[in-house]
Design a binder for this molecule. Sequence first.
Ligand SMILES: Cc1ncc(COP(=O)(O)O)c(C=O)c1O
Length: 392
Amino acid sequence: MPSTLERLDCSRCDATFDAGRLNTLCADCGSVLLARYDLERAARTLTPSALAGRRTDQWRYEEVLPGSHDPLGLGEGMTPLHEAGALGRALGLERLFVKDESLNPTGSFKARGMAAAVTMARQLGVRRLALPSAGNAGGAAAAYGALAGMQVDLFLPQETPAPFRFEAVVYGARVHLAPGDIADCGALVREGTEREGWFDLSTLKEPYRLEGKKTMGYELAEQLDWTLPDVVVYPTGGGTGLIGMWKAFAELERMGLLRDARRPRMVSVQADGCAPIVRAFERGEDTAERWKDPWTYASGLRVPAAVGDHLILDALRESDGIAIAVSDERMAEGQLDMARCEGIFGAPEGGATVAAARALTERGWIRPGERVVLFNTGSGLKYPDIPGLDVP
Ligand SMILES: Cc1ncc(COP(=O)(O)O)c(C=O)c1O
């Protein structure tokens, strides 16, 4: 069964757009576009029994993905959902899980979004891609761009750890280092887009990275036998994964795939040194002001402004969720706890979810018997060190 993609709807105004054309943000109001499917038709073939015989990557959900008749695949998705008993005991949680996204191609969940976005860009005739990245998205774009035979120009903040730069160059991308943060890199992409004939692959500025990332939500449901956990803890930079999962839960419910309609409380974790979503959430605001002088060693969380801020905040509030900031020190402890209890060398962003779960359990916001999923969004191997860790 091919994709049932029908159109793109603006997330703010009433405009809709033809999915058969190359689209970026809403041409009327500049907001994020969301892919809409014929879910009634999709539900006829996307069933638990049909899934049992399908390919074991994210493209198994082909009805609800774009371009799935001819996808670019490197084996992205269907990452393990580990029962994390020892880490749970350390945190005071009886039913803790870690969704380990470090096993994706290029070592992070960014592979999911890039597989979908580059698939669609190729099908719509794009030859040259450009994007700003904190590192992991750049590596993934470089790999899928190589697979698609496209030129990729990457703009990375100057401080981006060397392994991310190395990886992108190995895949043949052109790497440009820029002073400032990822938002400054985004401005350079915007400036060059027309001159260079690039397609801007910035997250949420095109509609399909979100679609790839939403498969994390489909997998959670499938791996938990068509139920959802009580709490999902997600390290939030641009927030695409969180927005994507929230969209996936709504689609799953519309297709009648969930055994019960209860949705998880969503938790956005950010760093003390860059927490625009936490600040906006706590102030009751609908959008998030740009964070000045962002800093954290979790480079994926060094995102001072998110294009989809209103969508993240909506998902947190609709789900009865929360946003919480953790220090780099606690994040580092979380990374070590995950590695030493569960054998998973996660990214600092994954460590941040451990720190957040600990803090929220201590506060009583998470109860000991609840089913909690932490997202380890990437591998720790690409980050050169962990603050406070002595290595001989
Ligand atoms: C390992 C890791 N975790 C989390 C994030 C944040 O992801 P999102 O933009 O979906 O919030 C990033 C982004 O670069 C990342 O590399």
